[in-house]
Write a new protein. Sequence first.
Length: 254
Amino acid sequence: MLAEERRAVLLQELQHNGYLEVTQVSARLGVSSATIRRDLEHMDQEGQLVRTRGGAVPATRSTTLEIPYDIKRAHNTDEKRRIAAAAAEMVHDGETIALDAGSTTYQLALQLIHRHSLTVVTNDLHIAVKLAAHPNITLLCTGGMARSNVFALLGHQTEAFLKALRVNKTFLGADAIHPDGVIANVNLDEVPVKQAMLRAGERVIVLADASKFDVSGFAKVCNLAEIHALITDSRISKRTLSLLTEWQVDFRIV
């Protein structure tokens, strides 16, 4: 198979699934992983996709396909760790916080495991498992229906649990932040849970790496005007910087 033919197949894979993994594609096409990685690097340079650790995601600036958690976790890892470290500085011993489901909030949870007298509410199963091993943290799981490949708890039970709470700080993730100031999500079922978590927080902080900006999401969660702060990374564009300034968002770049 010629390189052009392989790359056409890779694009079709991305359009169909919303992501691809090097090992799976190389096995299916009968070529080495190194060959696929070279193809992806070339396509990344051409703006056809965005390379991630172990694969790639589409370069499109709109998002309607939900990417499995394991793929998300390997994407922009260094940036997410820096964002999480900055978010952890905002958390004080003795506080109650809510952690949205997601790979960036998971990184924040890792930063909090040695805190004391901290109460954490979450609908993320990965976060719950990690924090449950630390008796210095009081963990509250929302309950609800678990979604496969995403490891988030959703549904009316989850929403009802959150509506009964009030926490010092809520940390939300975001799939997309559009230039019109809308924070959006890929999956419609997650939106009511995120909104309930937003309302539960006395202070709401959004954690979003630069790839989440200038993207049009499927389901609106809230506007930038409804949050109190945002943490992102240094790759944000001048357009994004202007957006945050225009919306008078208290933001931090790491």
